[in-house]
Design a protein around this ligand. Structure first.
Ligand SMILES: [Zn+2]
Length: 371
């Protein structure tokens, strides 16, 4: 990635705040006793040339380290994110101490930098938590949310809504339509079709890629499906949608924040369907490469690749492609295993190799606020 170091902006205040938050969090005891759950964030700074700065956060729902290793065995090549400038592990625990996080609490942590209880979306005990998306909107940046499920799923909702339960789908869509987010790309067209009139009051509503405006303020796209390989205008691939989104969002001279989720690694892993999960890891990998290639072309763009939690307790012990099996799953639920993070971009990044998911939000917010 092109280095531009005319101006170096140190984000020490933000990191200090993050350290105080994490220290307070640990002292207040919401971490499970007996395990070290957060790292010491020493410093973080962003090299920045004074022009616009973009952040793309990519989340593989349910994707642990072993999902990546198994996908590498299946497809005979390394996961593209291995080429990142920085990499490490993320702790994923929520405020619920008796089990692993769900996607709502994890998305809230990744979006706002605050822990919450499982099921809650952008809120902690009834109080709204400000997300990176909202900060970006306030800064006059363009914003986009992409998911391979409906955009009312827990992960995209965590970046665009505030509600006490991930099941409050009507509240989530209501929040999303007034959020100021420029672009929603997701699937589940069947669910959204009856809402077309309502959505069309504030967004250009489309259900196929041929109708996506090349520019424009607000676009809400609900596709039939977002498969590994595009299959006609109503079934685009994630990589294709990510590229189209960047085309549109990068027209804003104030920069953009884009969240992209591959939602189905989790769903297949709940079913212990390894080949299904690995197909989606592959789709995510394609999207990561497309996004990083585009980011390098744009310059001034940080790409963070991570997951919200691990699903299925997937074991991997060097199995070859032919030896991969559904039996490598040990659970049908989420686990507390750390998940990977990768950062592509010209930043001085000095977090420990093991950090917390709230620090991903702090990093996104530090970068978009660094101008
Ligand atoms: Zn799940």
């Amino acid at each position: 990635m092109e280095a531009s170091k005319n101006k170096i902006v140190k984000i020490t205040a933000i990191v200090l705040a993050a350290m105080i938050f994490i220290t307070a969090a640990v002292l207040s005891g919401f971490a499970i006793a007996g395990s070290v759950r957060v790292s010491n964030a020493e410093k973080m700074s962003v090299n920045y040339d004074g022009e616009k700065l973009n952040v793309i956060l990519m989340i593989g729902d349910g994707m642990g380290f072993n999902h990546i290793k198994a996908a590498e065995a299946e497809y005979g090549r390394l996961f593209f994110a291995n080429e990142a400038d920085y990499a490490g592990e993320v702790t994923t625990f929520s405020r619920n101490v008796f089990g692993p996080t769900d996607s709502a609490a994890a998305a809230t942590a990744l979006a706002t930098g605050h822990k919450t209880d499982n099921g809650h979306v952008g809120q902690y005990r009834g109080k709204d938590l400000k997300s990176t998306t909202e900060i970006a909107v306030e800064l006059g940046m363009s914003t986009g949310i992409i998911a391979t499920e409906g955009v009312d799923g827990a992960t995209p909702a965590g970046f665009s809504a505030h509600t006490a339960s991930r099941n409050n789908l009507d509240e989530i869509i209501k929040d999303q339509l007034t959020s100021g987010v420029n672009l929603y790309f997701g699937s589940n067209a069947v669910r959204y079709a009856p809402m077309k009139a309502e959505i069309s009051k504030s967004y250009a509503y489309v259900d196929n890629i041929a109708d996506i405006p090349t520019a424009g303020d607000k676009i809400f796209a609900a596709f039939e499906e977002i498969p590994l390989v595009a299959d006609g205008a109503s079934k685009p691939s994630l990589a294709m949608l990510a590229t189209m989104a960047i085309d549109i969002l990068s027209q804003n001279e104030n920069g953009f924040f884009l969240m992209i989720e591959e939602s189905h690694i989790d769903k297949c892993s709940h079913d212990n369907d390894l080949s299904g999960a690995l197909e989606h890891v592959k789709a995510y990998d394609y999207a990561v490469k497309a996004v990083v290639d585009y980011a390098e072309k744009l310059g001034n763009t940080i790409v963070i690749v991570t997951a919200d939690h691990e699903t299925g307790g997937l074991q991997y012990n060097g199995e070859s492609k032919d030896e991969l099996s559904d039996g490598m799953y040990t659970k049908g639920s989420h686990t507390s295993a750390n998940v990977p993070f990768f950062v592509f971009g010209d930043i001085d990044y000095d977090l420990d190799n093991i950090t917390d998911n709230t620090m991903i939000a702090k990093l996104c917010q530090a970068v978009i606020s660094a101008k």
